[in-house]
Design a protein around this ligand. Structure first.
Ligand code: UDP
Ligand code: MG
Length: 323
């Protein structure tokens, strides 16, 4: 029988955890009843450095609910790193690993379908939203544009898929072997390959607590995704440079003709415009190049992606089962 571990990152989620745990418990019981998962299947909560009641709720629920385990990270490391931490710990012995947000905006009942697809032989099952009514029109439109743009510049992502997915043990192990520190999981998972499929569900509104992705963080995440996966911005600089050389050649010709015909005193306006315009363009260019250098800097430091302070999962499974 195959062990299912659902990894749930949680950052200041005290208001919603109890209901998340009880919803997921029902799903575990249903899966167990139908003999689709093994008895030792668990939920693995990852407390991503929240300082509210999140961790104590996890610890306390564990006492009455055998499905609950968790790890407590030493500080906040962000959603993607928290997922990585959970997958790393679960990959010790889980046959299937599902990742889902603590707010259960992604329909947890889709997990049942994912498990069925796993048994049908798929290593990767993407959860895909078939409506985004619960998001604001703004979020919907910008997200749509972002994924279109990403696909245009050659980064394959699954449209309307966030970080709700099932991975088999071998898919997770191969994903975890990716050395990069700049994590953008929805771009990385398709690179792992293996047979994959999709499960569709309706995304709901957050029942309690606040979104941890305000506009500023969302834009940063998008920009991070682009620059971690694509050299297009750097190439665009090259095209920009070439275009400017062509235009300046025309302008040089024009200036020479003016000089030859004796009209050389004018030109203050054009000089001012070129200084400011070129200065601006150069700063943007340096900024984009700098972004990549910053990424390289972060990569070469090889700092740990997360640090575990407490690990209730491994304590509960002291001897990793041999595979
Ligand atoms: N999260 C996390 N660390 C962070 C920010 C968020 O572990 O630094 C978790 C959060 O608890 C939730 C998930 O990531 O389980 C997604 O966050 P949220 O629901 O706020 O994002 P949204 O659905 O609004 O995009
Ligand atoms: Mg959410």
């Amino acid at each position: 029988m195959d062990k299912l571990v659902v990894v749930i990152p949680a950052y200041f989620e005290e208001e919603i955890l109890d209901s998340t745990i009880s919803t997921l418990t029902d799903i575990y019981e249903e899966l167990l009843k139908d003999k689709k998962i093994s008895q030792d299947s668990t939920m693995l909560f990852v407390n991503d450095g929240s300082t509210d009641q999140t961790w104590s709720i996890i610890e306390n629920s564990r006492k009455g609910n055998p499905f609950v385990t968790g790890i407590n990270l030493s500080r906040n490391t962000g959603h993607q790193n928290a997922l990585w931490a959970g997958m790393t710990v679960a990959s010790q012995d889980a046959d299937m690993i599902v990742t889902i947000d603590a707010d259960l905006q992604d329909d947890p009942r889709a997990i049942i379908e994912m498990v069925d697809d796993y048994h049908a032989g798929y290593d990767v099952v993407y959860g895909v939203r078939n409506n985004r009514d619960s998001d604001t029109a703004f979020k919907r439109d910008t997200a749509g544009l972002f994924y279109k743009f990403m696909n245009k510049i050659g980064v394959k992502t699954i449209p309307n898929h966030a970080d709700f997915r099932l991975l088999s043990n071998r898919a997770v192990k191969n994903l975890l072997a990716f050395p990069e520190r700049n994590l953008f999981l929805r771009g990385m998972v398709p690179l792992v390959g293996f047979p994959s499929t999709k499960v569709f569900y309706a995304r709901r509104v957050r029942k309690a607590g606040k979104s941890k992705y305000p506009l500023r963080k969302m834009l940063l995440f998008a920009w991070d995704g682009i620059t971690s996966f694509s050299e297009v911005p750097i190439r665009a600089i090259m095209v920009l440079g070439l275009t400017m050389v062509v235009f300046s050649a025309i302008y040089v010709l024009y200036a020479l003709i003016r000089w030859l015909t004796g009209y050389t005193t004018t030109g203050w306006t054009s000089i001012m415009i070129s200084i400011w315009l070129l200065g601006g363009i150069e700063l943007i260019v340096v900024g984009i190049v700098g972004e990549y250098i910053g990424k390289i800097f972060k990569e070469v430091k090889r700092r740990p992606r997360f640090i575990i302070q407490e690990d209730l999962y491994t304590k509960a499974n002291p001897v990793p089962r041999s595979k």
